[in-house]
Ligand binder design. Structure first.
Ligand code: SF4
Length: 324
């Protein structure tokens, strides 16, 4: 059984205009997404900015209310829970943000920030035990007990992200939704944080949904990948297979833009014309058709379903990719 199962999840917003806020349309930020994450697995969610991947991450935690669909975590329907039950279940899913500066309270020291998470969930009620736990958490993310006294503004970007990870770790999550967690960091620091996430997975058995626009990082870190375009998953499968033999023209274009020194991984350069259309007025048929170099007439009218490709684990939403 997967740890997390997302079924036909939609996040639609009404688009309002004018003084009276009349509804003039619908923004389909997430439009019928299916996704699973297994225990201790890392699944990458990739796509250009504005494709809906961050909204999907937030909707899984109900930080953004879903319009419809289902989010099952540890076999429980999160969308059916409320109040204390929801808080208790949500503790097991933590979110790591791109900008740890924005997610840490500048008035709290790193130690207070981590201690607050422990206190909210009543995990270590006694002060001495809490200090010992905070020191252990700081060490587990490669910092020292002395960092507990520092304020966010006294720390580097990488150290702040480590504090954010320690804070998430404090409540013993089974899943972390990481929303572009390294993209604001220097390249050398990025590698350190990615290695830290891998070490924590090995030691704590945590699963990650790793949201990123950076396919090089996703290739290094994730066992499976889901590629998102305009609110939908267009291709999903094992990372090695997607990266060496992508089937969807959009995935091919994304991968062609990633430099690789390995000749076997170099793909024919495929440039994407134009920009991603607005989710307010998505194209008819296949949402990718205005930019697709191999689009056919039916692509303008028929929306392709996400179907099994080479094997059950690899699925593609494209009319030109045959089913086995
Ligand atoms: Fe391109 Fe058509 Fe496939 Fe969409 S369905 S990706 S437009 S070929």
């Amino acid at each position: 059984m997967p740890l997390l199962e997302v079924e036909q999840l939609k996040v639609h917003y009404p688009l309002r205009r004018g003084l009276l806020g009349r509804v003039v349309g619908t923004v389909k930020a997430v439009d019928g997404v299916d996704l699973t994450v297994n225990a201790a697995e890392t699944v990458g969610l990739v796509g250009e900015s504005g494709c809906g991947k961050s909204t999907l991450g937030r909707a899984i935690l109900r930080l953004t209310p879903p319009t419809s669909g289902r989010v099952r975590f540890e076999q429980e329907d999160l969308l059916a829970l409320s109040g204390r039950d929801l808080r208790a279940r949500r503790r097991r899913i933590q979110m790591i943000f791109q900008d740890p500066f924005g997610s840490l309270d500048p008035r709290l020291t790193a130690g207070d920030s981590i201690g607050e998470a422990l206190e909210i969930h009543r995990l270590t009620p006694h002060r001495t035990a809490r200090s010992t736990r905070i020191a252990a958490l700081l060490e587990s993310v490669g910092l020292t007990a002395a960092h507990a006294q520092r304020y966010p503004q006294e720390l580097s970007g990488g150290q702040r992200q480590r504090i954010g990870i320690a804070r998430a770790l404090a409540v013993e999550p089974r899943l972390m939704v990481c929303d572009e967690p390294v993209s604001a960091l220097d390249v050398s620091v990025q590698a350190q944080v990615v290695n830290l996430l891998q070490d924590l997975q090995r030691s704590h058995g945590i699963a990650y949904l790793f949201i990123s626009h950076d396919l090089a990082v996703v290739r290094h870190l994730c066992q499976r990948v889901a590629v998102m375009y305009l609110g939908r998953i267009v291709e999903t499968g094992p990372t090695a297979e997607i990266c060496t033999a992508p089937r969807h023209p959009y995935t091919q274009a994304l991968l062609a833009a990633v430099p690789s020194l390995d000749p076997s991984r170099r793909l024919r350069r495929l440039l994407l014309p134009g920009e991603m259309p607005s989710p307010i007025h998505p194209p008819t048929g296949c949402p990718f058709h205005p930019r697709c170099p191999v689009a056919e007439a039916r692509c303008r009218t028929e929306t392709p379903l996400l179907r099994t490709s080479t094997d059950a684990s690899h699925r593609v939403a494209c009319h030109l990719v045959p089913s086995p």
